[in-house]
Design a protein around this ligand. Structure first.
Ligand code: GLT
Ligand code: MN
Ligand code: MN
Length: 388
């Protein structure tokens, strides 16, 4: 079915080899779907239709113990699949969490040799990503953390992480890769406590780096929701700082483990305000669905999952247009936002403005009595969201 909500590559929707290719393994059960090769996953995305790109970890594409010859043949198959399906590779990343060598972290590990190995693996991952034209390089510190604070000095751990990023920025520059680095936060899982638990923590780290201009964030809906935080606000902070380099769209209710559900499937109202923010701000980055189909899904249902992820975004984007042009919403917004040019300029600091403000008289009771019809505004939002 082709309609106004059918995605096109220009909408920049992307999926990961590890997301649509996820075989449905969980901590309690074996895979429920067969493992697909990278080329088969790209063919599946071609069948989904309208997909811009596919992202990978180094070892999603090339198994960690592959020989040189195996690597070359996998890359050739993958490149051919990308070509026949007209799918690009916008983002790449490193798996620094699966191998037991990283059981106590990669860049923050207490063992200098593990830290050096993590740098080497990341440089090779960057080479691989660049070979396929990736523009964004994500850092998700899956094992950067602790179960007991006796294990690591957290200030030292941060410094080690900073050192690693400084090194890798140097490498990217020297190789002329022009990567945008995007740091992805998560509060816990798989570690008991992970360093840089929220997007805001990474936004605070970035100005302390040697090349802050090269580094931004990759916020994920599920990860902020795990911590009970408002994801739209985290994204707004990243946009205000000019640091939204990539985004991981998925969904889940607050306070659960990392469920990585289909975008918009758990909290449609939050998803609406997120899409509204991205669209109102004309954000033009890659929208990556970092989610898994339910473990019960078969291949057809995985396709339905991928199509549904993009369709929900497109439908919400349409609802944002309706919301923005709705006369009732507009009237309510005018009523709520009481602007005054004079007061605005008075609130830009100067000594005389401060004196004027100090001398002014405010009628607190009158200020408190001004109506704020947010019930009406929110209900009108519901009407629009539900298509009435
Ligand atoms: C892993 C994690 C994701 C990260 C990926 C990038 S891997 O699936 O749960 O949130 O984005 O390393
Ligand atoms: Mn997740
Ligand atoms: Mn993610």
């Amino acid at each position: 079915m082709v309609d106004a909500y059918t995605p096109k590559p220009k909408h920049k929707f992307t999926f990961g080899l590890w997301t649509v290719g996820n075989p449905g393994r969980d901590p309690f059960g074996e895979p429920t779907r067969s493992v697909l090769t990278p080329a088969e996953i790209v063919d599946l995305l071609g069948e989904v239709g309208g997909v811009h790109g596919v992202n990978f970890h180094d070892n999603d594409l090339i198994p960690i113990d592959a020989t040189e010859a195996e690597a070359e043949s996998i890359k050739a198959d993958f490149a051919a699949a990308l070509k026949r399906n007209k799918i690009r590779v916008p983002m790449a990343t490193t798996n620094l969490f699966s191998d037991p060598a990283f059981k106590d972290g990669a860049f923050t590990n207490n063992d200098a040799e593990v830290r050096a190995y993590a740098l080497q693996k990341t440089m090779r991952g960057m080479d691989l990503g660049a070979e396929f034209g990736a523009q964004v390089y994500v850092f998700w510190g899956g094992r950067e953390g602790i179960e007991t604070d006796a294990a690591k000095d957290p200030v030292l751990a941060e410094q080690r992480f900073r050192n690693a990023l400084n090194f890798l920025c140097g490498y990217s520059k020297e190789r002329g890769y022009d990567y945008k680095f995007a740091l992805e936060a998560k509060p816990n899982e798989p570690r008991g406590h992970m360093y840089f638990p929220t997007t805001a923590a990474y936004l605070a780290l970035i100005p302390t780096l040697e090349h802050p201009d090269m580094v931004g964030v990759n916020p994920e809906v599920a990860h902020e929701h795990m911590a009970g935080l408002n994801f739209t606000h985290a994204v707004a902070s990243a946009i205000s700082a000019g640091k939204l380099f990539h985004i991981d769209l998925n969904d889940q209710q607050f306070g659960r483990y990392d469920q990585d559900f289909r975008f918009g499937s758990a909290d449609i109202k939050s998803a609406f305000f997120l899409v509204k923010l991205l669209e109102d701000q004309k954000w033009d980055g890659f929208k990556h669905f970092d989610s898994h189909a339910y473990r019960t899904a078969d291949r057809d249902d995985v396709i339905a999952f991928a199509r549904g992820s993009m369709r929900t975004y497109m439908m919400l984007k349409h609802r944002v247009k309706v919301w923005n042009s709705d006369p009732v919403i507009k009237k309510l917004l005018r009523q709520i936002n009481r602007e005054s040019r004079d007061l605005e300029s008075l609130c830009a600091y100067s000594k005389s403005h401060a004196e004027t403000l100090l001398a002014m008289e405010f009628d607190r009771r009158e200020l408190a009595s001004r109506p704020l019809p947010y019930e009406e505004l929110d209900q009108r939002t519901m009407d629009i969201l539900l298509g009435l």
